[in-house]
Design a protein around this ligand. Structure first.
Ligand code: BDR
Ligand code: CA
Length: 308
């Protein structure tokens, strides 16, 4: 099985993506490395531990960055709930996080699984940037890097031009995209192009399974918020990135291009600037997901919720 390490800030859509991975027979989730992002680190770590418990999965959980490398950022508690999991007040998880720091765990596991590791990043890229600063040879041991982040034609979701994961820690994103020769990217625009009706999702979370019941509860608040704001389609950003990671064959169209992160702009800090016409002579460094097999994506979401 392919060793899969997930760096994440759970987060309602992170949770769905992680459930998809837990359920996949071709991949083995070898750990969850956690950063602050959607909400503070104490919540994102606790949420990861709780999710493992609900799904009955033994993946170790490593706590990492408490915030961005340089400048403080605003979190997304208004989307995911102040605790990141819909404020349902679940019982404390029985297990604790490991004592090893997330950045060190990424490096160690990259040696254990050198050449085979699939690394999927669903939150701000702070942990991965820290790991890269400690050991710049890391990319040579990673088979594939898949990131949920960016807004490749500047239709942002946290500012006009920027997507949350990149805008939360632009410097970390800059380090990551400069360090890896090729990053597969599921950006916010791809996410918006792969929505599904709320009514359909409600049918899936009504499955008679522990995971579905838990997911129904933690996502309800966010679904109501999204329905009021974005209308009848529901989107799951991190789940789309995970679909690309687990089943790359479902990608119907990818675009390889050079991309940089804007670090200084007055209106565009954290924007991902794609050189669509290759004007500036830089090498391609991202493979941007443009179209994914929608039916396959939805079938996997439904299966992940019904499992266990
Ligand atoms: C991304 O930001 C977070 O709120 C979500 O978990 C997802 O990773 C979408 O912009
Ligand atoms: Ca996330």
């Amino acid at each position: 099985r392919i060793p899969l390490l997930i760096d994440t800030d759970p987060g309602v859509d992170d949770a769905l993506a992680i459930l998809m991975a837990f359920d996949d027979p071709r991949h083995e989730v070898i750990g969850l490395t956690i950063a602050a992002g959607n909400v503070g680190l104490s919540h994102t770590v606790r949420n990861a531990l709780k999710l493992c418990e609900v799904a009955d999965h033994p993946a170790p959980v490593f706590a990492g960055a408490t915030g961005p490398l340089l400048h403080p950022s605003r979190d997304a508690g208004y989307v995911h709930g102040r605790d990141g999991f819909g404020e349902i007040g679940y019982d404390a998880p029985a297990r604790n996080a490991e004592t090893e720091h997330a950045a060190l765990a990424i490096l160690r596991l990259s040696h254990v699984h050198a050449g085979k590791l699939l690394l999927v990043c669903l939150g701000p890229l702070t942990n991965l940037a820290l790991a890269l600063r400690l050991d710049p040879t890391l990319p040579s041991r990673v088979a594939r890097l898949v990131v949920m982040g960016g807004a490749v034609t500047a239709h942002g979701n946290i500012t006009a031009a920027a997507e949350f994961n990149i805008a939360f820690d632009p410097e970390a994103a800059h380090i990551v995209f400069q360090s890896f020769e090729r990053t597969e990217l599921a950006d916010w625009e791809a996410v918006m192009a792969h929505g599904f009706p709320h009514a359909r999702f409600e049918r899936w979370v009504r499955a008679d399974a522990k995971r579905a019941r838990f997911y129904d509860a933690i996502s309800r608040r966010t679904r109501e918020w999204a329905e009021g704001r974005r209308g009848e389609l529901w989107h799951s950003a991190d789940a789309l990135a995970m679909a690309l990671a687990l089943h790359p064959g479902g990608a119907l169209e990818m675009a390889e291009r050079p991309m940089v992160v804007e670090l200084e702009g007055r209106h565009a800090r954290g924007a991902t600037i794609v050189d669509w016409r290759r004007e500036e002579g830089r090498p391609d460094n991202v493979a941007i997901l443009r179209r994914y097999d929608q039916a396959a994506f939805e079938a996997r979401l439904e299966a992940a919720l019904a499992a266990g």
